[in-house]
Ligand binder design. Structure first.
Ligand code: NAX
Ligand code: K
Length: 476
């Protein structure tokens, strides 16, 4: 499991460790890791031009110590001091001893334009409220140069705890982060600014819960339902799909396609698109009545392409089995009915649907995804999977939010969400809890999207078909 910790927890872990170590040890560990990463980016260090952007805190000090190491290996290092009278004195002295030179912020443009590498030590976890204008002006210049950019701990200007970006921020090719990932490195929009991320172990230990968790192959493999020798289709779980309408029969077909690949032993379909479903998937158990009249299921999926069938949504919410609500179902679901449920509920909105549920603009959700998903989980007393560039899954309470690491832009295609709801619903029916079903579903769905796309556009049915390949990938 990959984890990310809040600034508060990182600071507590640092205090605890610093109390047991001689002064400066942690910073030297950080600087050594940073210098090694910079050397990797440069390929050859000797003779290269490196510019350090140095703010007033320890983030700038890391950059200075790493710069000193690079200067000793023959790089030409220039430190741009954004707050000359508040620069970390020992770190500055170390750079000067190693032969580095310094310039004030006002003279930064010329060295920046000639740089091979820019090291962003403007602010790290101590940064608040976006960049100041002088730093923001430098960010614009970096954007125009050909230099590689390595961010120290975080790209300056992004919010470490939330992944929000207010105003301009450094766009890095690589971020070298210390001790633990910070939430902003895993959640968009900040994640996009970080480039690839390298974690340097400086010895921090975390007794408490992470803010974010990202499943890896091994975690997913452990959670996937595997039939036992004595399993029959009912023990493996039956998932009910109440989706589609005469206007949108395709949504039913795609949700069933996803459900068939999610590990349930059987898929039951209820709704007006039974013929379309059967034509494509004859193994589906189709009934034409209401969800209450269908046979027993272990979990329901309701909503994809459902049009205005509020009765089906209400009926499904009234059951005592786990329920996944997607698409039209989110609009039709009564909030009190969701809150009153005793069995697990998983809501799967995209940003637009989440915005409607929260009564805010879509941009607000996209700019503050972590806050939005936590807020929805609280308001609805349900697990919420917020789809998008970084899919997040949150349950009510303070536990870690899951962030999906496998997403791909190719999944932004019509019907792809229907496949995900079938897939995650099937995992619910197979016995996973809502947080696991949502995050494992998103993981497989993302991998399947990558597999199916392989560099070219895909349709949602391609994604559904590639889920089996993704499953094999994970369990290999
Ligand atoms: N504490 C430790 O033991 C370690 C800290 N490390 C480094 O220390 C960093 C944290 O250092 P600090 O707590 O000194 O904080 P930072 O260096 O992140 O930033 C704080 C300083 O920046 C200024 N500042 C805040 N917001 C700003 C903004 N928007 N624009 C411009 N200036 C702004 C503040 O006035 C303050 O002086 C970490 O990110 C990491 O790079 C590492 O050396 C590892 C060890
Ligand atoms: K930084």
């Amino acid at each position: 499991m990959r984890t990310a910790y809040s600034v508060e927890m990182v600071r507590a872990a640092e205090r605890e460790l610093m109390a047991r170590l001689p002064d400066g040890v942690l910073m030297q560990r950080a600087a050594a890791g940073l210098a090694a990463a910079c050397a990797d980016v440069l390929g050859r260090v000797y003779g290269r031009r490196v510019v350090l952007l140095v703010g007033s805190g320890d983030n700038g000090a890391d950059a200075l110590y790493a710069g000193a190491r690079l200067a000793r290996r023959g790089a030409g290092v220039t430190a741009v001091l954004l707050a000359p009278d508040r620069t970390h004195p020992e770190a500055l002295a170390a750079l000067r001893r190693a032969g580095g030179r310094t310039v004030p912020g006002a003279d930064a443009e010329e060295p920046l334009r000639r740089a091979d590498l820019v090291v962003d030590g403007i602010v790290g976890i101590g940064g608040t409220g976006g960049l100041r204008p002088d730093a923001a002006a430098l960010v614009d210049v970096i954007g125009e140069t050909r230099a590689a950019v390595v961010a120290v701990d975080l790209p300056s200007g992004v919010e470490a705890d939330t992944g929000e970006v207010h105003g301009s921020a450094v766009r890095a090719d690589l971020t070298v982060t210390f001790g633990a990932h910070k939430p902003g490195l895993l959640v968009d929009p900040a994640r996009e600014y970080a480039g690839s991320v390298r974690l340097v172990d400086i010895g921090l230990a975390f007794p408490g819960e992470a803010e974010l968790e990202a499943l890896q192959h091994a975690d997913v493999a452990r959670l996937l339902p595997v039939p036992a020798a004595e399993s029959d289709k009912y023990r493996r779980g039956v998932v009910g799909i109440a989706a589609g309408s005469s206007r949108y029969p395709g949504a039913a077909v795609l949700a069933v396609a996803g459900a068939l690949r999610g590990g349930a032993g059987a898929v039951r379909y209820v709704g007006p698109a039974g013929d379309a479903v059967l034509a494509r998937f004859p193994e589906t158990l189709v009934s034409t009545g209401t969800p209450e009249q269908a046979g027993r299921v272990q979990a329901w999926v309701v909503g994809p392409g459902a049009g205005d069938d509020a009765d089906a949504v209400a009926a499904v919410l009234g059951t005592d089995v786990p329920v996944l609500v997607d698409a039209d179902g989110l609009r039709l679901a009564d909030r009190d009915a969701v809150r009153a449920r005793r069995a697990p509920t998983l809501l799967t909105p995209h940003a637009g649907e989440a915005a409607a549920l929260l009564g805010v603009a879509r941009e607000e959700v996209e700019g503050a995804r972590l806050r939005a998903v936590r807020e929805l989980a609280e308001r609805y007393a349900a697990t919420v999977l917020l789809k998008g560039s970084t899919t997040l899954v949150a349950s009510p309470g303070d536990g870690p939010v899951r962030v999906n690491p496998t997403g791909t832009g190719w999944l932004a295609t019509a019907g792809s969400g229907d496949v995900l709801s079938g897939l995650a619903g099937s995992l619910l029916a197979a016995g996973l809890d809502a947080l696991d079903a949502g995050s494992v579903g998103a993981y497989l769905h993302g991998l399947a999207g990558r597999r199916a796309a392989d560099g070219a556009p895909v349709g949602a049915h391609d994604v559904a078909e590639a889920v089996r390949e993704a499953w094999r990938d994970v369990t290999d």
